[in-house]
Every structure is written in structure tokens, then in C-alpha cells.
Write a protein that binds this ligand. Structure first.
Ligand code: ADP
Length: 476
């Protein structure tokens, strides 16, 4: 079976969040003698591009309406990620350092999708499955189904995985001419909410839809930024598959980003040493429990609650705790957190920015990881924290609900129901009490560190899904 994964991110080639971790790991574990897996992402102007070797396997010009863009497809020469990685280089649109947030993102990602399909149909063989990730690739199943020039791909099965349904890649019908020609009787397939909606088109046309956790699949039936009724309509071809984590990258015993490695047997000492190093770095007191947050600073993550919740938790508990935040995003939240670090020197600190190595050090050196998310399709941070013996404190939503059980129910973490300052502070109080009981802490840490969240277990579910949709197609 030949599978193409197509997305905007893939760790370590390009990462903003969990999408990259999944696209960088799932293919590695799927790649076997029977299953050849290739990954295609855009070529950004970043360190991965500069520091690795590539061979050009294809070059041509793509057409986007009346515009023409030269592009080439670069293959990473060594397959060091555990699969064949291809970067689609469209210099005029992607020769920039960031992945998203440019004014012409619609043109950028539509061109990427067209270039990718142009290249794939030009190869000798057609893949069995094209697996799309999020809205940046949502028009691929539509174009494969209806665009005249991609007729060769009509028999290829398609999957779209929804990592985050809040973002949908909408644009006006004034840009309809960007799409390769198709019979206009099908134009309504592109439409949702009076505009072209890339994610909705992908959902309508793909043979199967997956969400990154079973609970998120249920939640999007009533909360999906306008797509609720569509998700209900396609329930028959939808499946929630919980993400795994890459245990080779996230391994406290071997992690090269840690100065001090540790295993389950040495966790008590290992975590204390990592905590001391982290506290020295951020002027915090290693004798106090350390609560951390890692992630994008947006309301969906509950990050807007952090300044007030931190302030209250620090004052209610006479500053007997440390809080450390790593993230970037909403500038108002960034400013409030920075102010707090000045008001509560020695107990609160923040690093505004993105730092992969620091994230690893925080998972290792913290006692608790805060995740008060309003929306969390899967969430990887809670799984990383457990793997590193850090107890997650999560709001019961999406994938957090599927992976964390409260310690009061003999579980592996601390759970609360509301994304509110009160609930976060109550959870912190419970955590402080727990922190005073080292044997319970050790028990929960060991439970988390021993839990199997590996991709090996999960990737078989995808293979079964591919086989199912391939069989269905062959029957029709
Ligand atoms: P998201 O919704 O952002 O995709 P996930 O929990 O699925 O959330 O994945 C987040 C990933 O991004 C994790 O690997 C996490 O460690 C990483 N991450 C998020 N913010 C930062 C940051 N500021 N610095 C380093 N890593 C980060």
C-alpha cells in the first residue's frame, strides 16, 4: 500500500504545534515493508531547509487562476525521519520563515495543494491513499473528485484528519477561478456559510474523516465553529482515533534536550535535579511545587485565564508555589503574564516565544502541567507530561477527557470541569495537598510514565481504516 500524508507541518521540518508532531510521527510508525509512506509539506525558509540535503525530484509551473508559479519538489536525501519527506518549494509564496499568518495564506496553501497533486499525477504510479491533515489540505479530496486534470486520481482513497476544526480556510467565491477546472454543477460542494470552506469541502469529499480523539468527535456535533450540522451528516464515515506520541523523541531516559536523563526507577531524583536546573534558569524556588503551562497563548487553550488564576493561586497560597509559562500568541495575554513575572519575582516567570528544547526541560522539571483548555481536540502536552512524570491538571474536554482520569478515581492526573479561574485554583489547591504526600505523588508519576501512548498501538487503527475505504471503493 502506498500512502501520502499531506499537511502544513511535520516535525522536525516545520512545527507550530501538535499537527507537526503527528505528521512527523504517525508516518514513521506506519512505514513498513507492506506500507510505503511518503509525507509532503511546503518548503519554508527555515533551519531544516538550510541544514539538510535534498534532491530535486520534479520541477514545473503551477497555475492558480491567471497566475503561474514555478515550483519544485525536493526529497530529503537520507530518509532520516523514517519515511520519505518531500518539500514543495514555491519560492514566491513560501520562501518565508513562518508557516502561517500571511495575508496570502489562501493563495499559498491552494498553490501547495495544486502543486502536490500536479506532481503526484505525473509520477508513474498512483497512491492507494491520500491522507490530508486539516484545512490547508481540505481542497485536495474535492480536486481529486471533480477537477478534470486529476481524473487519474479518481480511484485513490482519501482521508482527512481534523486536528483542529476551529480553523477552516474560508474564502470568497471571487477566488473560485483559482481552482483547476471542474464541472460547475458541483460548485455547491465547496460551499459552507456562503463562502468556499476548505475544511467543509474536504469533509464532504473524503472517504473517511478522523478526529484526533473519540471525545472530540462527539463534541464537534454541537460545537465546531459552524460545521456542527455537517459533522452530524457525515458521522457514518467518521472515526475518532486518539493520537499517540513518539516515544523515541519523547523519552526522559534518552532525551538529548535534557542535561539530566532519568527513568521510572530513578524518577524521584531525576525529576528533582531537572527541577533544580529549571528553577535556577527562571529564578524560582525548587523546594516549592512547580506548576507549568506550555502552549499557544489563546482563549481556546484557556490561556486568557492564566494571569488571573496565577495571581489568585499565588496570593491564596502565600506564594508557596512556583508557576512557569512557555508560550506565545495573544499579545494582551503575553503582556499580562510579563507584568506578573515582575510583580511575583521568584514565584512566577514566563518565557514568551517558541523553544522546543525548553519545552522538553519543562516537561521534565515540573511537578504539574496546567491545561485549562476550552477546546482540546487531542492535546499532546498531557501525554508528554505523563511520560516525563509530570502530573497533568486538565479541564475535562476533548482528548484530555480521553487520556486523564482524576487521582480521586485512582487515575493519573487532576481534572476539573470548567475553564474558569475558580476551577483552576481549586485544582491547584488539590495539587498542593497531593504534593505533600510523596508516596502518592510517586505512585501517580509512575502510573503516567508507564502508560502506553505509543503510535505502534494507534497506527494499526489507521491501516484498518485505509483497508476499509479501499475495499469500499473497489466494491463501488
Ligand atoms: P496544539 O493545539 O498547539 O497543536 P498540542 O497539545 O496538540 O496543541 O501540541 C502542542 C505541541 O507544541 C507540543 O509538542 C508542545 O510541546 C509544543 N509547543 C507549544 N507551544 C510551544 C512553545 N512555545 N515552545 C515549544 N513547544 C511548544
Amino acid at each position: 500500500m502506498e500512502i501520502f500524508h499531506i499537511g502544513a507541518e511535520c516535525y522536525p521540518a516545520a512545527k507550530v504545534g501538535g499537527l507537526a508532531d503527528v505528521v512527523g510521527a504517525l508516518p514513521k510508525y506506519q512505514n513498513t515493508a507492506e506500507t510505503q509512506v511518503r509525507v509532503v509539506i511546503p518548503c519554508y525558509d527555515n533551519s531544516f531547509r538550510k541544514e539538510n540535503n535534498f534532491e530535486c525530484v520534479h520541477w514545473s509551473t503551477l497555475q492558480l487562476g491567471k497566475f503561474n508559479f514555478p515550483f519544485s519538489v525536493l526529497k530529503e536525501s537520507t530518509n532520516k525521519l523514517g519515511f520519505e519527506l518531500y518539500l514543495v518549494e514555491i519560492p514566491e509564496l513560501f520562501d518565508r520563515p513562518n508557516i502561517y499568518s500571511y495575508e496570502d495564506d489562501i493563495e499559498r496553501f491552494l498553490s501547495f495543494q495544486i502543486a502536490t497533486l500536479d506532481w503526484i499525477i505525473g509520477r508513474g504510479t498512483v497512491p492507494d491513499v491520500i491522507h490530508c491533515h486539516d484545512h490547508h489540505t481540505g481542497l485536495i479530496p474535492f480536486m481529486m473528485t471533480y477537477a478534470f486534470k486529476y481524473e487519474k486520481l479518481r480511484n485513490t482513497s482519501t482521508v482527512i484528519t481534523i486536528h483542529n476544526g476551529l480553523y477552516q480556510g474560508q474564502f470568497g467565491f471571487d477566488k473560485l477561478h483559482y481552482l483547476p477546472q471542474f464541472d460547475l454543477v458541483h460548485v455547491n460542494v465547496l460551499e459552507w456559510g456562503n463562502c468556499i470552506n476548505s475544511l467543509a469541502a474536504g469533509i464532504k469529499c473524503a472517504d473517511a474523516i478522523t478526529t484526533v480523539s473519540p471525545s472530540y468527535l462527539n463534541e464537534i456535533n454541537y460545537s465546531a465553529n459552524g460545521l456542527e450540522s455537517l459533522f452530524r451528516m457525515v458521522r457514518h464515515k467518521s472515526k475518532g482515533i486518539l493520537n499517540g506520541i513518539d516515544n523515541q523523541v519523547w523519552d526522559p531516559e534518552k532525551d538529548p534536550m535534557l542535561d539530566l536523563n532519568y527513568a521510572i526507577a530513578t524518577q524521584e531524583k531525576g525529576k528533582q535535579e531537572n527541577k533544580e536546573e529549571l528553577c535556577t534558569l527562571f529564578n524560582l524556588d525548587p523546594t516549592k511545587p512547580l506548576f507549568s503551562f506550555i502552549g499557544r497563548l489563546y482563549d481556546e487553550k484557556g490561556a486568557d485565564l492564566l494571569p488571573q488564576a496565577s495571581k489568585l493561586a499565588l496570593s491564596e497560597n502565600n506564594e508557596a508555589i512556583n508557576i512557569l509559562v512557555l508560550g506565545s500568541g495573544n499579545s494582551e495575554i503575553e503582556n499580562q503574564l510579563t507584568e506578573l513575572s515582575l510583580d511575583y519575582k521568584g514565584s512566577f516567570n514566563v518565557f514568551i516565544g517558541y523553544d522546543e528544547a525548553l519545552a522538553h526541560k519543562i516537561y521534565a522539571g515540573s511537578d504539574f502541567l496546567l491545561m485549562p483548555s476550552r477546546v482540546e481536540p487531542c492535546g499532546l502536552n498531557q501525554m508528554y507530561s505523563m511520560r516525563y512524570g509530570t502530573i497533568p491538571i486538565v479541564r475535562r474536554t476533548g482528548g484530555l477527557k480521553d487520556t486523564v482520569v482524576d487521582f480521586g478515581d485512582d487515575g493519573n492526573g487532576i481534572c476539573h470541569d470548567q475553564a474558569s479561574v475558580e476551577d483552576i485554583c481549586d485544582a491547584i489547591k488539590r495539587a498542593i495537598k497531593l504534593y505533600g504526600d510523596q508516596s502518592s505523588i510517586n505512585k501517580i508519576r509512575i502510573k503516567g510514565m508507564s502508560t502506553d501512548h505509543s503510535w505502534e498501538r494507534v497506527c494499526q487503527e489507521y491501516i484498518e481504516l485505509y483497508n476499509l475505504i479501499i475495499t469500499k471503493r473497489n466494491e463501488n
